[in-house]
Design a protein around this ligand. Sequence first.
Ligand code: SF4
Ligand code: SF4
Ligand code: FES
Length: 983
Amino acid sequence: MTTLTIDGRTVTVEPGATILDAARAAGIDVPTLCWYPKLPVVGSCRICLVGVQGSPKLVPACATPVQDAMTVETESAAVRANRRSVLALLLERYPADGLGQRLDAARGDGHLLNEFERYLLRFDVPVPAGVARALPLRTGDARPGDPMIQHDMSTCILCTRCVRACADIQQVGVLDVALRGEHAEIVVGGDGDPDKAACTWCGECVRVCPTGAIYEVLPLDRFTKREVAEAEGAVRTVCPYCGVGCQIDVHVKDERIVRVTSPWIEEDTPNIGSTCVKGRFGYDFPQHRDRLTRPLIRKSWTKREGRWVHEGPTEAGRRRGPWLTIDEEGDRPKPRPPERSVGKPLTALSHVPRGPDDVRDRVATPAAWYEPFREATWEEALELTAQELTRIHAEKASDALAVFCSAKCTNEENYVLQRTFRGAFHTNNVDHCTRLCHSSSVAAMQRALNTSAASGSMREVEHEADVIFISGANVTEAHPVFGAAIKRAHARGATLIVADTRRIELAKRADIHLYLQPGTDVALYNAMLRHILKRGLHDQAFIDARTKGFADVAAAVEPYTLERAETITGVPAALIARAAETYAKGPRTSTLWAMGLTQHATGTDIVASLLNLILCTGMIGRWGAAMIPIRGQNNVQGASDVGAIPMVYTDYQPVSDPAVRAKFAAAWGVSAESLSLKPGLRVTEIVSRGSPVRGMYIYGENPVISDPDVAHAEEWFEHLEFLAVHDLFLTETARLADVVLPGSSFAEKDGTFVNTERRIQRVRKALDPPGDARSDLEILVALSQRVGLPAPFPDAAAVMREIAKVTPSWAGVTYDRLDFAGVQYPIPDAASPGTAFLFADRFPTADGKGTLVPVEYLPPAELPTEEYPYLMNTGRQLYHWHTGTMTRRSKGLDAREPVPTAEINPEDAAAMGVRDGDTLRVTSRRNAMLIAARVSDRVKRRQVFVPFHFREAAANLLTNPALDPYAKIPEFKVCAVRVEPAD
Ligand code: SF4
Ligand code: SF4
Ligand code: FES
């Protein structure tokens, strides 16, 4: 350790620390401009100069290492004079208009000033009265017309924080310093085009800029600059999009969200100060004009003699309305998408033409969708919902009711909702969209390890893993903040292996890209394991001590020679061998996967074969060797943890176990016999021909877009006897409802979410729901009371107290414990600090061992034929989220991707005479639709990628509803299609 004296105080720091580090550790505030935590030090602005005894000159605190017995002065006259002269020099090229008045007005707390201006105030730098300048104001690239980020480079002080943040934190490198000396300026790529320079619109540059030269545009649409600056104190909460669980600060003015910022980079949050484009700029949907503010009841319901009666047709068609079905919309002509800005200044881009079919009007709720409904009171809406759910339960079997919980909503809300259906209606028909994403991971992990969550943390992947193996996960688009962490890990020297059917960004960066044919993963992992065994690279000690079933797996992989795997997967044998050896040698290999693996009719087998690879190489249970199924939605992990799945209560305690049942019955105040021991139906069984379900409550999900083969799903919903939908908007599912209950967005509620690394984090209310919309928890508690199950929960904290009582691995959770960074469960008691990584010594199985499960490769349910020669894959885009309900109502995000497009290989496009933006007809065995072409080398020949966010070209019209036999997850990722020009 090194000990020095700063301003008379003795400070001890690690060797290698700088004077600035030491001063900060001692709480001494040395001003900085070019320095920023975690960015490379450039030492260029000179505002941090300090005096060091014995040194003839002042030295930069940010760039000078400490030495033992050093004596430093940070507030001497010379130091202060230097700061004033540095600031005065910068001020010479800074817009002076109104600055003096702003400084006067802000004297006191400096609240309305930017970081640079606060220094002017702090060091009392005089503002020149005139505008006679030796040098002109700075210039630079402006991003004109950009929907989210623009530049006013006249206020740039050339600190280069933005350049370094983009390059080092985001690992993108869009920004640069062009020219030299007095002409130096910040530019965007080589030609001012952020698209061409691969900008991801993450807003990191906005965050670090000390002057607002790089600024966000969206708040200025609705607020003045002053209102933005004056927004009331920010409320810390969690982003509503992916499973990374970024913490964000929501700034509010007059019950409207002004903007979102991220926590300080040095705070211990999962996102360490970053967000992606959705988190930073996708916050305006709660205030979209389509927001439901009053309950709606279908006009065919009337109250007569104290009971609600439905008057009119009762069968198919009664849920129809004056709108096109998803099927009909798919077949409608589409406008061309806006040209990508590659190689062009944004101002020269064409715009999507406005017209009666303009997609930007159609993404908002069309007026005709409201026609079958009338506005209702809460009393009416809840009374009708309770009456019909109770009636169906009484008249038919318990299995006639089902509920979809929501991976977008809090643990507390999901807990109360599953409790209502189990406790009051005696059914386990409780599920949510986990069925459509990671249910096969859960099935395979439960079978092998008796666990359902990640073993480790994102931080260990970033800082410790030597090898990162990513399979079927487009992390930089679907989980961009984790994607940036992986890129940083790669930059520090970790080896990156990516197994993916597309050349996604991480595949292009990877040391090894296993560019495999869709659905051939089992053959790949089996061959990798066989090669590892042949080379003796497996971890025999781990296998012996921690697993069982090795002999069977070793025998099962024997036929999977590298050559056979090459034939099946299309990946060269030598590359498979190299990947296998790199994986096994680690020494710490982290394994990540997502829906590219799970959404197959053989999804459980695919994950099982990957788990065999992990276990036979011992790549689990050590810091740096993490197993992470990357969770898709903000709270898909939590919703599953608190029992929103059909076969288990909280903590995956089986509904079929009488002892478990007795525990929950006691907690809920019902008789044990009233709780069903029969596991319920899954999403894909509920929405199917022959399903017994006649009445449903759907909370924050949109299955009419997200289910496979949606034309049939939509028809199925039309035949229900009763449907209540609880949502923010009149979605494609809600328009079929009898009752629509307007709930609260992420910013309007209290509770908790669980991220992909088991971190339970607090969600905090920043504003009230609009109009008569209500807090989701209030609605769900009211419903529970009405259907006869007491729900004594005055607030979310009370719900968490009950969850903690019945959930062993959450037993130590209280809201106080979760401030500020959240805690990773298991948290077995109040003293537990949480668990960053699991399975160091044993797995949570009866004998502590993991089970290796032999798996055979089976081809996808549909393979190309002469009639359907292409393979279609579905997934997400960077700017959109699931069924687009939120992101397509976010102005900036929608501006980036306003139109559905299908990625198609350039050679296929050329062979068909199709150019970028031309309309394609894509036809599967189930349906056909029109969609614009995006010509892209990311997809292989004879493959096509269709995002699933768009109603007007719903990928799920085409997908195959074939189900995995264990997890009942559909085969979203592979179906055979025909692709042809539309005209
Ligand atoms: S938005 Fe992100 S990627 Fe784009 S220039 Fe800024 S930091 Fe770089
Ligand atoms: S734009 Fe902002 S962050 Fe970038 S160099 Fe200029 S002042 Fe610094
Ligand atoms: S902050 Fe130290 S030289 Fe800029």
